[in-house]
Design a binder for this molecule. Structure first.
Ligand code: HEM
Ligand code: MTE
Ligand code: MO
Length: 343
């Protein structure tokens, strides 16, 4: 190969690059989840370019892989399972990532293409670290040279072309309705019945009796319990997009009571909204928070958060706490919590 193609890479440098590229793909992927709305697309492009750099590095990585497969010995065998699984996860992450962009959604199945994608991506990062610990590579002085920088720019340009190809094909072929800048597709039907019942991780629908259900609102030293009948006094409405990180979105009219009505007039700061399951999110009161009891005029079902669920216009679905039982108001910053829920 060296004879007729000027190789802009070698196996060792490809290994070093992949050690950064795979985790960076995961970081940029999660950044998309955190941004929620607004100009997410530059991050989506960055994610695509970083991820497709993996594909561009394959020719050089493959020489390393072939050399490794020829090598006998116990120690090599031990790391082989990790290597194989890592390869599979990266291929799966690449295929499902591209499939999602092309409109393969599987919104009704137990696992969407995007969920499979994120799962494969997370496992790939863990295995990348394990793999690198098993087969240590030492950086050399020449690695940070101008020459290798130029190589990296060249490879990134190729990845950028691939990314443009994927995005253009997606724009042409995806018939599953409109795609948001977060990458999510509109559900095929706008009916309430079509909305998947989703949990961030493993939350189950809790048994809540609407008659005995109470919402405890704490602000400063005072606390008050609201019953469902009391909240029924208000009929506030809000059209908002529920955009799940599973890769789909739906626009609905949610109705119930503005959360600010349950706080002192003009209250600022943040609220921590807690579910009967313990699931919790903290949000600034500058958001137009609605405690919804109905979608499209009909009462919420248990799976969608009855008796009361939070609606957070402009933020991804994982902020929309279902089965709300407690609201604590104070002036802690909204970001004093894990950036993504842990349950
Ligand atoms: C682990 C966390 C990850 C998250 C949260 C994530 C998230 C996403 C999202 C939201 C998209 C859709 C972008 C769009 O519609 O334009 C996407 C696309 C994609 N992802 Fe990931 N991803 C992750 C990891 C990875 C990894 C590790 C790889 C590859 C090694 C990867 C490869 C891809 C590819 C190839 C696409 C198609 C992008 C394109 O070409 O436009 N992702 N990912
Ligand atoms: N208590 C609780 N609320 C939750 C979740 C959860 O796991 N537990 N998942 C969130 C996620 S990730 C999404 S996308 C929406 C889904 O709402 P839906 O089931 O009405 O579609 O609920 C959010 N609220
Ligand atoms: Mo979600």
């Amino acid at each position: 190969m060296q004879g007729f193609v000027p190789t802009p890479m070698n196996g060792r440098l490809a290994n070093l690059a992949l050690l950064f590229v795979v985790p960076l793909a995961a970081v940029t992927g999660f950044m998309m989840f955190l941004l929620g709305s607004g100009p997410v697309w530059p991050v989506a492009i960055l994610h695509g370019v970083v991820a497709l750099l993996v594909v561009v590095l394959v020719p050089w990585k493959s020489t390393v892989v072939r050399r490794g497969l020829r090598r006998p010995g116990q120690t090599r065998q031990r790391g082989r399972a990790v290597s194989l699984l890592l390869g599979l996860c990266v291929v799966l992450a690449l295929l499902t990532g591209v499939a999602h962009v092309l409109g393969v959604l599987f919104a009704d199945s137990r696992v969407t293409t995007m969920q499979l994608h994120v799962g494969a991506g997370i496992v790939a990062v863990v295995l990348t670290v394990a793999h690198a610990l098993q087969r240590r590579i030492r950086a050399r002085r020449g690695d940070l040279s101008r020459r290798s920088f130029v190589r990296l720019v060249g490879l990134t340009a190729v990845a950028l072309v691939l990314e443009a190809g994927v995005q253009a094909t997606g724009a042409l072929t995806a018939r599953r309705g409109i795609r948001r800048s977060t990458g999510s597709f509109q559900l095929a039907s706008s009916s309430v019945a079509a909305i998947p019942a989703t949990s961030w991780l493993f939350d189950q629908v809790p048994e809540l009796d609407p008659a005995s259900w109470r919402l405890t609102v704490t602000t400063g030293a005072t606390s008050r319990d609201w019953s469902l009948v009391e909240l029924g006094r208000w009929h506030d409405r809000q059209v908002a997009v529920l955009d799940c990180t599973g890769g789909w979105w739906t626009e609905q009219e949610w109705s119930g009571v503005r959360l600010s009505r349950l706080l002192p007039p003009g209250a600022g700061g943040t609220v921590e909204v807690t579910s009967a399951t313990g699931y919790t999110r903290r949000l600034p009161l500058t958001d137009h928070l609605l405690l919804a009891t109905a979608i499209d005029g009909a009462s919420l079902s248990g799976a969608h958060g009855a008796p009361v669920r939070l609606v957070v216009p402009g933020r991804r679905g994982y902020h929309w706490v279902k089965w709300v039982v407690r609201i604590s108001h104070d002036d802690r910053p909204w970001w004093v919590e894990p950036p993504l829920p842990l349950q």
